[in-house]
Design a protein around this ligand. Sequence first.
Ligand SMILES: [Zn+2]
Length: 58
Amino acid sequence: MADATEGPRFDWCHWHNGPSGTAVLIRIIEQGSGPGAALYACAPCREQRRLIPYSEQP
Ligand SMILES: [Zn+2]
């Protein structure tokens, strides 16, 4: 009875440091050990800072 295939997503904007419903992955920080950190930005922050979503970067 597992219905947790896709739970509610909680997106976080690392630029204004708050929750956001429009946050997308911007950058992945490679780290020497352990999993890399992922940075997300919401739509307003992307517009202000001219950030390009990770999936649209060359
Ligand atoms: Zn933001």
